[in-house]
Design a protein around this ligand. Sequence first.
Ligand SMILES: C[S@@+](CC[C@H](N)C(=O)[O-])C[C@H]1O[C@@H](n2cnc3c(N)ncnc32)[C@H](O)[C@@H]1O
Length: 249
Amino acid sequence: MSKIFSAMGRIEDLLIPVDLGDQDDAENPFALPNVSEEWVSSVEGEKDLWRDRVLYPAMRTWISEFSVKEPIIVDVGAGQGRSSTEIDGYGAYIGVEPSSFLVERAIELYAASRRYFVRGSAYRLPLVDGAADGVIAVNVLFHLARLEDAVKEIARVLKPGGKFFINTADNDALEIWKSLYTNLQIDEAKMQGAIRTPVRGLSLNTFYFQPNQYVIDLLDRHGLRVRRIAKSCEKDGHTLFITLEGEKT
Ligand SMILES: C[S@@+](CC[C@H](N)C(=O)[O-])C[C@H]1O[C@@H](n2cnc3c(N)ncnc32)[C@H](O)[C@@H]1O
C-alpha cells in the first residue's frame, strides 16, 4: 500500500486488522459470488438513470461542502467501489466491503492513488476511532440485520464534526419495494427474494424493515445528527430512496 499522508498521518495508521465473522457472510447475499457478479453488472450497466442523475451529483455536492481540505472518506459497504470514481476532492477514499469478490473487483476497476479497498464489516469497521472526516453508506443499511451495531461503528470512526451521507430504502414505500421482488419471503424483521433492478436483477436480496424515523432517531442516539433529508427515485407516486446527511455532534 502506498504511503500517503493526511492530517492524521499515514493511511496505514488508520487501518486496523479485524476478522470477519461467519455471521457477516451468512446474512449477506452479496457474499455469494453470483449475486456479487449480478450486482457489478447492474451498477456498471446503469447509465443516465438514478445513480447518474441523482445519487452521484448529491454525493459530489456533499463532498464539495467539506470545510476540511482533502477529507478522509470511508465508504461502508462500498461494493465494487464505484463511488470512489464518482466523487473527488478527498485526501483518501477507503472503501470497506465484506465481499472478497467485490473488493477484488473494486481494485480491478478503480485502483488509483488515494483509493483503498479493504475487506471489512459495518459491524466492526477496520479503522481506528475518529479515522474519518466523512462516512458514506449507499444502499447498505437496509441490508443489515444489526443496524444499531453499524450505526455505533459509523459514530466511532467519524471525527467530532465529521459528516455522513447515508442513502437507504425509503420505508414509506414498502409496498412498491415488495412489488420489485419475486419469490418473496417475509417475516417480522425482513423480506427476502429475487429483485428486479434497472439493468440486471439480483437472484437474492434481503431487505430489513427499518422505518425512516427509527433510523433517524437511532443515528441521533449515537450522536449522528441528521441535518438534511431528501427523497428520490420516484415510482408509482412514491420514492424508493431516502438520503440522510448530517454530522457527528
Ligand atoms: C446494494 S449494495 C451497495 C454497494 C455500494 N454501496 C453501491 O452503492 O454501489 C450493498 C452492499 O452492502 C454490503 N454489505 C452487506 N452486509 C454488510 C455488512 N455487514 N457490512 C458492510 N457491508 C455490507 C454488500 O456486500 C454490498 O456490497
